[in-house]
Design a protein around this ligand. Structure first.
Ligand SMILES: Cc1ncc(COP(=O)(O)O)c(C=O)c1O
Length: 712
């Protein structure tokens, strides 16, 4: 059988019985680009609207004139010269050290402490404005729930930025409490340390000891039984506790994140339980310890109507507790301040919210004030536990597309075509003739139908063994030619991304949460391909085929060159929950991390900290393997099996060194030569590169030290 030709062999006349030589000449493709802006008229601002950056990005992200994603580190207060080019950060972080970079491997998380600061200040200022506007007579004092992102530097930053607002922390487990106490050593003494979650004697004792250590710990009762432990342990430790109570509200949040709300919610005390606990505390002379009412409607509260409903109900419970004699002083409205992931400002979606930060704060303050005023109760301190709203924007995950499936349409010579058709089974020939006729008549739908039938019959022949693999490929090629000729839209391509969805975007896998994903450069060019993203784990779930705006594919650019390894995508608004939830499926660990601050240098940013992601040895250790012993075993094996191989072979020392570097490297693909292969030919093939690795680039850098080579 002749090999399929790469171009149409126009010199060979078609066999008389066949209708045409080239489908493309028979069926001029309709102009699928009609009405679409051509390449030369494309602009960064068109990309900003195509990817909805102008809807979800504000006030922190946009697109600059170079077609790169731009960061506005101080939100709307960012001056022109303070804008940071995200692509430049990625280059700085990932370029080799001898090229002036930091030699970090992607994927990479870029943390933006300036954005964190702006978030904390914005929330504070929204509440302060609402308090002033309403004539509310107490203040707002927020806490950050560390479960949203327990990274040491994130928590430290929040404590530092929130110091002047008495901003505190919320912990939901013993390790979270330990980290909160440790971070709050540098915090404001009045800052709350709210202890939520299920508690045992150890957890409660720790919180009580926290008070002895000068922390403003509040033990929030999630279960009725916890009251007995608190009473008992506080007596034993000689500590007067501050107690909070989590109320199970009737208000129900129907969205995905609302399962913790309503009467059947997992947490909190029912009305009857609240009354029983009040009685118990009263009987043992501790009712004055009950000072805080807590509730949590659920994450991503979609509308201010639902918020007002829940806050209004809780405010009534608060007033009742005052009436019952508790020395109440704080109402803690929990989390739930939502993020507009798709920029649609919709109150009917899990990935959007129908309010602004200011409207949220106004609804909270207004509801509490009106309930308290009606019952003549002193206005309480308002505490909120916003997590998502504080940390989501501050981190960007950047990853690379390493290859893409191709939609190249093979071309066929008449000889190839006749050879193929001669060997088709009878019924397939019938389909082929019908296909020809439909093509001649310009009947596109019928064309598609018969080409599918033809393909199906040939697949059956192949399964029976009467068709060989070249014939099958030729039929596929013919059908692709037909699709192209009739102007069928290009099928969606698969872009392979050097990432683990399970590790870095677990909420997409687990609950279908959508995040904005956008190429971070080339936005001055029109994206010409539609693609889905497939990660490098060996798991069919490791792909992203749903995007904001209800899209099932993402507009993308063609990869450049053979390996195409320099096409960078960013996942935005993922600073909350993703890092803590991510696992190590396939033993892909977390990304590298850089911390980037706005600076007044020529490139407007400084990398103040950079850390490689976990190495293969690190992730192996997490599963109880012992990399050092594993290495020793493999080294002995090399000594046993490999003898001196001469100039071109690998001796056992070289093999042992190669294995050692594999333990030290991150598990992700690297575009360079492999330390186990002598050749240093860089053809875009992805393998491992020992030279690019260390464990920590600069974990000991002083807090605000800018590296001399930091500016890209
Ligand atoms: C008790 C409590 N507080 C605060 C939060 C943080 O919520 P969000 O991230 O929606 O602000 C949660 C999260 O579900 C929570 O359960």
């Amino acid at each position: 059988m002749p090999a399929l030709a790469c171009c149409v062999d126009a010199a060979v006349p078609p066999p008389p019985c066949y209708a045409f030589t080239s489908w493309e000449t028979i069926l001029p493709a309709p102009d699928i680009n009609s009405g679409v802006t051509s390449d030369s008229h494309w602009s960064p601002s068109l990309s900003a609207s195509l990817y909805r950056i102008d809807q979800w990005g504000g006030p922190y992200f946009g697109v600059n004139d170079n077609g790169n994603v731009s960061i506005y580190p101080h939100g709307s207060k960012t001056l022109n010269h303070q804008e940071i080019d995200l692509f430049k950060i990625v280059k700085k972080a990932s370029d080799a050290k001898d090229e002036g970079g930091l030699g970090l491997q992607l994927p990479i998380i870029i943390r933006l402490p300036d954005v964190l600061k702006h978030r904390v200040e914005s929330i504070q200022s929204a509440f302060e404005s609402a308090i002033e506007a309403e004539g509310y007579t107490s203040h707002y004092q927020g806490v950050y729930p560390v479960k949203c992102n327990q990274d040491r530097f994130v928590v430290d930053d929040i404590v530092r930025f929130g110091d002047k607002f008495r901003f505190g922390l919320e912990a939901g487990s013993k390790p979270e409490l330990l980290l909160a106490m440790s971070c709050l050593c540098k915090g404001n003494a009045e800052a709350f340390l709210v202890c939520n979650g299920f508690k045992d004697a150890e957890f409660i004792s720790l919180s009580l000891v926290g008070r002895k250590l000068g922390f403003n710990t509040v033990i929030v009762l999630e279960l009725e039984e916890e009251a007995d432990l608190v009473i008992d342990l506080s007596r034993k430790l000689g500590v007067r506790p501050v107690i909070g109570m989590r109320a199970k509200l009737r208000t129900k949040h129907d969205g995905h994140f609302g399962s913790t709300s309503g009467e059947k919610g997992k947490f909190g005390l029912t009305t009857t339980q609240i009354l029983r606990v009040v009685k118990k505390l009263d009987e043992c002379g501790m009712l004055d310890c009950l000072q805080l009412l807590h509730f949590h409607i659920g994450s991503q509260i979609p509308s201010t109507a639902l918020l007002a409903d829940g806050v209004g109900e809780a405010a009534q419970v608060y007033c009742e507790l005052v009436r019952l004699g508790a020395r109440m002083g704080v109402i803690d409205i929990g989390g739930g301040l939502g993020i507009d992931y798709d920029g649609s400002k919709s109150p009917n979606s899990d990935v959007s919210v129908g309010y602004t930060l200011e409207e949220y704060a106004a609804a909270v303050v207004g509801e509490i004030k009106s309930a308290c005023d009606r019952k003549m109760v002193k206005h309480p301190v308002i505490c909120s536990e916003s997590g998502r709203a504080i940390v989501s924007h501050h981190s960007v995950l950047v990853f690379e597309a390493v290859s893409a499936s191709k939609n190249s349409v093979p071309q066929m010579s008449s000889a190839d075509l006749s050879y193929l058709i001669e060997r088709l089974p009878e019924d397939a020939i019938v389909d082929y003739r019908k296909l020809s006729a439909a093509a001649m008549g310009g009947e596109y739908e019928t064309c598609l139908l018969y080409s599918d039938q033809l393909k199906q019959k040939c697949v059956e022949q192949f399964k029976e063994g009467s068709f060989d693999i070249d014939q099958l490929a030729a039929v596929d090629g013919l059908c692709d030619l037909v699709y192209k000729a009739i102007g069928a839209p290009d099928p969606v391509r698969t872009y392979h991304v050097n990432l683990s969805v399970f590790t870095s975007i677990p909420d997409f896998w687990g609950i279908g949460q959508l995040f904005p994903i956008v190429p971070i450069h080339r936005l001055e060019q029109k994206p010409v391909v539609k693609g889905i993203l497939s990660d490098i784990t060996c798991d069919s779930d490791g792909k992203i085929g749903k995007f904001i705006g209800g899209e099932e594919s993402l507009p993308l650019h063609e990869l450049k060159g053979g390996g195409g390894g320099s096409y960078y995508l960013g996942m935005f608004l993922g600073g909350a929950y993703e890092e803590g939830l991510g696992g190590i499926h396939n033993l892909f660990g977390g990304p590298s991390v850089v911390r980037v601050s706005q600076s007044d240098g020529p490139h407007s940013f400084a990398v103040t900290q950079a850390v490689h992601g976990p190495s293969c040895a690190d992730v192996l250790r997490m599963m109880q393997h012992e990399p050092e012993m594993m290495f020793e075993k493999l080294k002995h094996r090399a000594e046993e099996y490999v003898f001196d191989e001469g100039a071109h072979g690998l001796d056992h020392d070289a093999i042992a060194n190669g294995i050692a570097s594999s333990f030290h490297n991150m598990p992700y693909l690297v575009k360079s030569s492999c330390s186990l292969i002598a050749s240093d030919d860089d053809n875009g093939y992805y393998s491992s590169d020992v030279n690019n690795y260390g464990t920590v680039v600069d974990s000991d850098a002083p807090e605000d030290e800018e590296w001399s080579d930091c500016c890209a």
